[in-house]
Design a protein around this ligand. Sequence first.
Ligand SMILES: *Cc1c(COP(=O)(O)O)cnc(C)c1O
Length: 399
Amino acid sequence: MKDTHAVMNTYNRIPVDFVRGEGSWLYDTDDNKYLDAISGIAVCALGHNHPGFIKAVQEQVAKLVHTSNLYGIPLQEELAQKLCQASGMDSVFFCNSGAEANEAAIKMARMYGHSKNIDLPGIIVMEGAFHGRTMGALTATHSNRHQGGFAPFLDGFYRVPFNDIPAVEECIKNNPNIVAVLVEPIQGEGGICIPVSDYLSKLRSICDDNEMLLMLDEVQTGNGRTGKYFAYQHNNILPDVLSTAKGLGNGFPIGACLASGKAAEIFQPGHHATTFGGSPLACAAALAVYEAIVAEDLLANACVQGDRIKFGLSMQLQSSPHVVAIRGSGLMIGVEINRPCAELVAQARDKGVLINVASGNVVRLVPPLNINEEESDFIIETISDLIKGQSVGSPGETQ
Ligand SMILES: *Cc1c(COP(=O)(O)O)cnc(C)c1O
């Protein structure tokens, strides 16, 4: 194989190649094993090599892969019903990624605005947000690293600080064209930022009072990640629009944009489409994920193991001068360090744990939802030893 770079140079790749996976573990070309506490960026919810998932995909690939949305797709209907049942939403549009799910949401908001005779409908988005890399989603995103060099962006986006209700109210007062709020229940790429507990409920009331759509980006928080099927279910509210992807297909590419109530009626035939979206194979994969989450009680496991990891790290790191905060919901956990800590990724890998760092200084832990106690403890020991061993800061100083 020639060792030139035929793949476009868009990724800073870590110099390790994995060749197989088994549960929460990945094996490299030298058969070294690593505990996968990043799960392909919160994607492999069932871990690697899950028997039910393998069986469902193998059977479907041998039966029928793709027909297009020109025709009926019974598995799409079945998956949509399961997702609506799990979420309380009314209808689902299937696509292939998180960014695409958000594009569908953005188009829905605009069409909703036009139905109210608003010529230039506006969407409120948040500081620190990440919604994907396509132009609409990238406009909604807020980060120099992702947006730099790609201007001009789309019109009609209004940015306010995350977790700031008065800022949303002020923005609506000043901009009568606003028709929707797009927000992550927990900011993932932004550094596992968790808003105050009534933030979503207050946004819900504001949207109700102003006939605006509450649109939640649950691409990362969805599908059991936080210990509920969707993160808003911690709050007892229902969004109008919900985007999800990542864990939905356990690594098979699939995204979804769910809608409820009046929002579920916005798109009519011809308004939105994608060639690949919701293929029989993608739906079979996502159905297997749904079934495993239910049958294996993975929401409960995400709560139990998530609490175990958070508590274990807190105990180990309570006197560490480097740790600003340990926070999380279910198996979406962040350890904020008091300085940039990208080097921890390689150090953890040397000790056999795969992590990544969000927002420059937050160790992100998003292991598979079916991780067990011993594996959780391995993460706790490895990560806390590493952070305790850091040489920067004044040793002995307490928080
Ligand atoms: C990853 C992510 C996206 C983008 O998903 P892609 O599948 O990479 O397009 C959007 N929103 C959030 C919250 C994400 O974490």
